[in-house]
Design a protein around this ligand. Structure first.
Ligand code: HEM
Length: 499
């Protein structure tokens, strides 16, 4: 009897291996008509191109660089295999349009569940970024769209100017030419304050007090999210269970900050009014039963910080890195900003319209360094991409990073050349489907107008105020976690340009 039981037990892994072998064989056959890198040997059959991907990562390069090399080798539509998944990748402009706009294919639930509910803890939950159900997402997106329109955001241009002035004052206090400054960190504090202020009328001063609890918990929660993405077996390691518990507590505390803030706003209480915990808890309970769901609102509260802070700050840190290593770009910026603004410190919409080169510098930064380099969708119908049949249920990936560095789309793609964006409407050189750092279609970035306003005002004020000297000891590498960021955070020394 026991012998039979062990025989049965031995059969389980064999059945599993047979099942996996057949399913990988079937999926490879399904996509065999699409070109792509070959896999090597028996291990390659099971792991696909995982070893190539790991080689890139270990060599300090990005997965997006691997895709770029593959595009050059296999064409603008190709496939690659990672374990039992086959991903179809394309940079063909018409295919990008088809996937993101015409077909509006849904997001891949497996990817977004990780940020929605890591380790079964509600983090961004079903917020705008992570909600993969089109119907429920669309209802909320319609509500939020209005507040993120450019003309509505311009009502907050005073607040934007004043937050960025606070950052300039802080940087001035460090601008002695000797103090090493991590610009990414400083800008990221300002980005948090701006999102809190513009999106939620919340007054926090992370620029001068980075130890505030909102900043602390957003930062720590993101660190945990990276760990779960890049260490898939972490939850199975008992040595990490203590960390896992503390990570869950951080998420709960962050959600609690959101919940309390939302309830205070709903109850028309002033931000600085102290509400005892027990009273607020009771009020929260009463409101849970009403027509709105506080948890969904907290999902979006967190989503705006998580989706907006890093992306905004990383872009600007890359921008300063490029300005620092391209003195001719810095000189041109100074000319434009000095002639448009002079010593004027308040930047309004008319000024922004005149800062055309500054705008090109911002765009060029996003061409080379898009914080979200790749986007994946899942096809819900058969389609034809560039002559290849793509079956229903395929993962399709597009990448502004790869398109932005593809020689046939951009001349001298590795050169930082803002002028390439200087075209008029009759001479449009850049194809919209080869440059899309804010994504395209229904699920594009809702915060892009805010990001662009903050970006251009911040660059203009920075150039007005400082000379930048990059720390020569700096590692110019790039890190890809949830977003792309400069590995060393843009380490530099600043000198004031004027008093
Ligand atoms: C330079 C700055 C930014 C870049 C490059 C950027 C880029 C993107 C991209 C590529 C997406 C699509 C992601 C996907 O399909 O998976 C996205 C979505 C999103 N972004 Fe941004 N973003 C930036 C700033 C912001 C800001 C400032 C906010 C808000 C304060 C924000 C909020 C969001 C939200 C909520 C979504 C999800 C939208 C939806 O699906 O309805 N982003 N962003």
């Amino acid at each position: 009897m026991i012998g039979e039981f062990f025989k049965l037990l031995l059969c389980v892994p064999l059945i599993f291996i047979a099942y996996k072998t057949y399913s990988i064989y079937a999926i490879r056959k399904k996509y065999s008509h699409i070109p792509g890198p070959k896999t090597k040997g028996i291990l390659g059959f099971y792991l696909g191109n995982l070893s190539e991907a790991l080689r890139y990562i270990r060599g300090g390069r990005l997965l997006a660089d691997m895709m770029l090399d593959m595009c050059n080798d296999y064409g603008r539509v190709f496939k690659f295999q990672i374990v039992d998944k086959i991903v179809v990748f394309t940079i063909e402009p018409e295919a990008v349009k088809e996937v993101l706009i015409n077909q509006n294919f849904p997001k891949v639930p497996e990817i977004y569940k990780q940020v929605g509910f890591p380790y079964n803890e509600r983090y961004l939950g079903n917020g705008l970024l992570s909600d993969t159900d089109f119907g429920s997402w669309q209802k909320r997106r319609v509500l939020f769209n209005h507040g993120f329109q450019r003309n509505i955001l311009l009502n907050s241009i005073d607040e934007l100017n004043s937050k960025i002035d606070m950052l300039m004052m802080r940087l001035r206090s460090l601008a002695d030419g000797k103090t090493r400054i991590n610009l990414l960190k400083e800008i990221s504090h300002a980005a948090l304050d701006i999102i809190a202020n513009i999106a939620f009328s919340m007054q926090v001063d992370t620029i001068n007090d980075p130890s505030n609890e909102l900043n602390h918990y957003v930062y720590e929660s993101l660190k945990g999210f990276y760990r779960q993405t890049f260490e898939p077996f972490l939850a199975y390691n008992p040595g990490e269970w203590k960390w896992l518990r503390s990570y869950k507590i951080i998420i709960r505390k962050l959600r609690d900050i959101g919940k309390r803030h939302i309830m205070k706003r709903l109850l028309y209480l002033q931000n600085d009014n102290y509400v005892p915990d027990d009273i607020l808890t009771n009020l929260l309970k009463n409101h849970e039963d009403e027509k709105f769901n506080v948890d969904n609102m907290v999902d979006d509260f967190l989503t705006f910080f998580v989706a907006g802070q890093e992306t905004t700050a990383n872009t600007l840190a890359f921008c300063m890195l490029e300005i620092g290593r391209n003195p001719h770009v810095f000189d041109k910026l100074k000319n434009e900003i000095d002639s448009v603004l002079g010593s004027k410190s308040f930047i309004n919409n008319d000024d922004l319209a005149k800062l055309t080169y500054t705008n090109c510098v911002y765009k060029e930064t996003l061409r080379l360094w898009p914080p979200i380099p790749e986007i994946a969708r899942i096809s819900n119908k058969d389609l034809n991409l560039n002559g290849y049949h793509i079956p229903t249920g395929s993962w399709i990936e597009v990448s502004t990073y790869v398109s932005g560095r593809f020689e046939q789309y951009f001349e001298n793609p590795h050169v930082f050349e803002p002028e390439r964006f200087k075209y008029d409407i009759t001479n449009q050189k850049i194809n919209n489907y080869t440059y899309f750092p804010f994504s395209l279609g229904a699920r594009n970035c809702i915060g892009q107008n805010l990001a662009k306003l903050v970006g251009r005002i911040l660059i203009a004020k920075f150039v007005q105020n400082f000379e930048i000297i990059l720390d020569p000891a700096q590692n110019f590498g790039v890190i890809q976690e949830a977003t792309l960021r400069p590995a060393d955070g843009t380490q530099c020394f600043l000198l004031p340009r004027k008093n």
